[in-house]
Design a binder for this molecule. Structure first.
Ligand SMILES: Nc1nc2c(c(=O)[nH]1)N[C@H]1C(S)=C(S)[C@@H](COP(=O)(O)O)O[C@H]1N2
Ligand SMILES: [Mo]
Length: 204
């Protein structure tokens, strides 16, 4: 369990359901999750295959960049590292783009996607994801803000360089680490410290 609240967050009782581009209907029979881009072996997985591969379960909170956090969510899913290793990422691969059935996108550094607790989540609190919470699948990386947990995930594309996703286009941070309060571009932990100390305003 991970009950420490990251800086600037507050515990909330209920999820706020976000679907910036609407809620797509996904036919679970024809659904595939594709792993593409800079990989030796592009792969695709059916929902059934993903369910059978599910190998990670833990209780961890979820943090939205708009400052609400949900504590004690039980997550079940497939290790992202395992999925990426199955496809053998090429050496030039540095970023991973999550692409969704609704057109929503979110990039994360490959390094974060390879962390031990990064998953493609299939269940929350022991039940398949609700339709409005991303059924059949959404990535979850506990130390990144919730906008990187892209609902209705259909594709993971390995890229050589950073590319904006949906929220990053509006100025949200490239990485979005909750412990460094990486909410907006140029607003990482060290930047915030320097700003608080007045160094940046003085132009040093
Ligand atoms: N496809 C898609 N995924 C998305 C979003 C969205 O609008 N569309 N919103 C993101 C944001 S900002 C948050 S905080 C979480 C919210 O998850 P929830 O809708 O399950 O509460 O979903 C993320 N994933
Ligand atoms: Mo969010």
């Amino acid at each position: 369990m991970d009950e420490i609240l990251p800086p600037g967050q507050v515990w909330a009782r209920n999820w706020v359901i976000y679907s910036a581009l609407g809620t797509p209907r996904i036919d679970v029979e024809s659904y595939r999750l594709r792993v593409t881009g800079l990989v030796e072996e592009p792969r695709e997985y059916s929902y059934q295959e993903l369910l059978e591969m599910a190998d990670v379960e833990y209780v961890k909170p979820f943090h939205c960049v708009t400052k609400w956090s949900i504590r004690d969510v039980r997550w079940t899913g497939v290790s992202l590292k395992r999925l990426l290793e199955n496809s053998r990422v090429k050496r030039e691969g540095k970023w991973l783009m999550f692409v969704c059935a609704d057109g929503y996108t979110a990039p994360v550094p490959l390094e974060d996607a390879l962390s031990d607790d990064a998953i493609v989540a299939l269940k929350m609190d022991g039940r398949p994801l609700e339709v409005d919470q991303g059924f059949p699948a959404r990535p979850f990386i506990p130390h990144l803000y919730g906008w990187k947990s892209a609902k209705w995930l259909v594709k993971m594309e390995v890229l050589p360089t950073y590319v904006d996703g949906y929220w990053e286009m509006y100025g949200y941070h490239e990485r979005g680490n909750v412990w460094g309060e990486e909410r907006f571009k140029g607003m990482g932990f060290r930047h915030a410290l320097r700003k608080a100390a007045g160094i940046i305003q003085r132009g040093i």
